[in-house]
Write a protein that binds this ligand. Sequence first.
Ligand code: HEC
Ligand code: HEC
Length: 292
Amino acid sequence: MNTMRNSSSRPAALAILMVCVANIAAAAPPSAATLERGRYLMDGVVACANCHMARGPRGEYLADKGMSGGMPFDDKMFKAYAPNVTQDRETGVGKWTDAQLVKAIREGVRPDGSLIGPPMPVEFYRHLSDDDVNAIVAVLRTEPAVRNAVPKSTFNFPMPPSWGPPVKKVKAPSRAHKVKYGEYLSTIGHCMECHTQRDQKGMLVTASLGSGGRSFPGPWGDSVSRNLTPHESGLKGWTDAQISKAVRGGVDRNGQPYKPPMAFQHYKNIDDADMAALTAYLRSLPPRPFGK
Ligand code: HEC
Ligand code: HEC
């Protein structure tokens, strides 16, 4: 203590100055580049709106209601509803801090400590880089507040205590490593969530990664996810242009449109470099028979 009193006041002044700078930094609005990155991800491969956007009776987006939720998900294991993630303070997430939003997205934990259930793809969003998750939260903050109370989800299985250990620092792989960056995009786009089998307990069967065969019933009838591995029953023999047309154009090799729930209306915004990285990653998967 004595040393403190005896020392010059410069370190203390410096400390105060640093606190001020930190506060200014925290209050500063996100940069244009951050918002642009967040919008690119959300309008593209990450596609939060595919689940959180309010929809009309035919599944059409209700643009004026934004991401105020309500979409039901019927499954053997749950009856879930996409919550309102607009800035409304009562029925949305307007009261949550940025850190709380990041924790909800990457760890599936709400500010009250409760766990967010499926189909929110938390196990994939764990891998969102710090920069990307912060960019997404910055965009969520720009969502106009829309009042819309959504029913509570019910789950027919015991929720685990957590979806994994707390997420610390996450860095995205370099774009220079095309396959690795493609894997990152496929993860944050949770492509494998739909294109991989699950076991009885609802866990992804990693040995069948990308082989498809999951059924998605809906107002469109049924659609079955395809095999994305380079197998005869998958993407072997497809050109890059055909894969791009499937993902970004939503049409197969004969020009026939695919059915939902894949987020084609968002994926059309994936840029050429990212599409090339995604394709390189899919081509790097071990070939697996359909659904195996
Ligand atoms: C596949 C559909 C799906 C996608 C994609 C999705 N979510 Fe969710 N999300 C849900 C569902 C369903 C819940 C609620 C689960 C429950 O009730 O436990 C949820 C919960 C949340 C919550 C907690 C809100 C609350 O009030 O409890 C937040 C925040 C959230 N999502 C944000 C996002 C963001 C941001 C993205 C994109 C990065 C995203 N979600 C992508 C389906 C999805
Ligand atoms: C919400 C579930 C879901 C997600 C997420 C999803 N897909 Fe799909 N995908 C499907 C379904 C279902 C089909 C088949 C649709 C049909 O038959 O009409 C499909 C079809 C495809 C096809 C066509 C393949 C063929 O053989 O015809 C490709 C390629 C594809 N998906 C790649 C991707 C990629 C890459 C991503 C991530 C960026 C992705 N998917 C995310 C469900 C999903």
